[in-house]
Design a protein around this ligand. Structure first.
Ligand SMILES: *Cc1c(COP(=O)(O)O)cnc(C)c1O
Length: 372
């Protein structure tokens, strides 16, 4: 007997967790457009537009600026495998889950790893990087801009200056910050940066925008060994995205359509207005949470607007509240990870999910649920 499967109709959720965020209708609609061949002239022109808009959103002139096929973690892996050769010294700054994930990849690439750590919920102090670099001749310093596991926005300018004084490259995880908070690749001197589509760009998960600056390209071209990953080898992938269009792997056509539309919306709104919108709603969310008697994990000067970590009161059951939010309010928020499990909620205000209505909605939902 052949088993029958019903057609699937997922519910519409209000996505206020650490990602994915809600996707605008026009982005969802772009996914249903006809698939064309990946070397079709129509598709080639879309590839150009996507690269051009990514450069605008990353605020860079970097030629090698493309979407990697895969989620944000594929972006992380692409950044690290292309930057690191066996035996390279790599300094990784850890202030949460994503710094830890970088360490795992560095070791898999044969890099010699040194860690700089800070308590979760606080940023890395530039002096820590300075001290570490005087004893450890790192070629690459890797750091997370918006640490989604804690809600910290890491200042980068001072660290960038220190890294470049030591002739190292700065590699930045901007999965959560791109499109939601200021991120200036060229002005800040970031050599390699990757992101993801499902956080503040509000596109479904599946692509990882990445950009390599001139110093990173130079290091890539000087490699004496092949990049460890065939799929993520930028020396090959860039030939497909460049004028030669040498086949490497088939671009995920429909996802590129979706990213094009999501980027079009970002450019249409304007980066400065978009950053402003995130700050405005973040402030009213924090104010409302504090009126409910809740406390924020992160000090006000280091909060990242798109990910709000709230301390769970000791008499409240984390899982019960999140379950009721999902079942009764159709709303997703995030739980804590690692040492913050059971201690914080992570309320996302990312991209299309960052609205006044959503702020009011989550505040009134929490007010009712916590009153019981
Ligand atoms: C979400 C996230 C990632 C991983 O992205 P995936 O799309 O889940 O693979 C990496 N870094 C940060 C800071 C993130 O928030």
């Amino acid at each position: 007997m052949r088993k029958k499967y019903k057609a699937f109709n997922p519910p519409y959720r209000i996505l206020m967790g650490p990602g994915p965020s809600n996707v605008p209708d026009s982005v969802m609609e772009s996914l249903s457009k006809p698939v064309v061949g990946h070397l079709d002239p129509v598709f080639l022109s879309i590839m150009e537009e996507v690269q051009d808009m990514l450069r605008r959103v990353f605020m860079t002139k970097n030629h090698l600026t493309i979407p990697v096929s895969g989620t944000g973690s594929a972006g992380m892996e692409a950044a690290l495998v292309n930057a690191i050769e066996q035996g390279d010294h790599v300094l990784v700054c850890i202030s949460g889950v994503f710094g830890q994930r970088m360490c795992d990849i560095v070791e898999r690439c044969g890099g010699i790893l040194k860690k700089v750590e800070t308590e979760w919920g606080t940023p890395i102090d530039p002096e820590q990087v300075q001290t570490a670099l005087t004893e450890f001749p790192a070629k690459i310093v890797a750091i997370v801009h918006a640490e989604t596991s804690t809600g910290v926005l890491q200042p980068l300018q001072d660290i960038s200056n220190i890294v470049h004084e030591k002739d190292a490259l700065l590699l930045v995880d901007a999965v959560t910050s791109l499109g939601g908070a200021p991120l200036k690749i060229d002005e800040w001197g970031i050599d390699i940066c990757y992101s993801g589509t499902q956080k503040c760009l509000s596109c479904p998960p599946g692509l990882a925008p990445i950009t390599f600056g001139p110093l990173a390209i130079e290091k890539l071209n000087r490699r004496s060994s092949k990049v460890q990953s065939w799929y993520l080898d930028m020396t090959m992938v860039q030939k497909y995205w460049g004028p030669d269009r040498v086949y490497h792997h088939t671009a995920p056509i429909s996802m590129i359509y979706a990213l094009r539309e999501a980027l079009r919306l970002v450019v249409e709104e304007g980066l400065a207005d978009r950053w402003e919108r995130h700050i405005t709603h973040h402030h009213s969310l924090v104010q409302g949470l504090e009126q409910l008697g809740l406390k924020m994990l992160v000090d006000a000067s280091y909060r990242t607007p798109m990910l709000n970590s709230v301390v769970i009161p000791s008499n409240v059951d984390d899982a019960v509240i999140r379950k009721r939010l999902l079942e009764e309010y159709n709303t997703e928020i995030g739980s804590g990870l690692g040492p913050l499990k059971g201690k914080i909620w992570r309320i996302g205000l990312m991209g299309h999910s960052c609205t006044r209505e959503n702020v009011n909605h989550i505040l009134s939902a929490l007010k009712s649920l916590l009153a019981l």
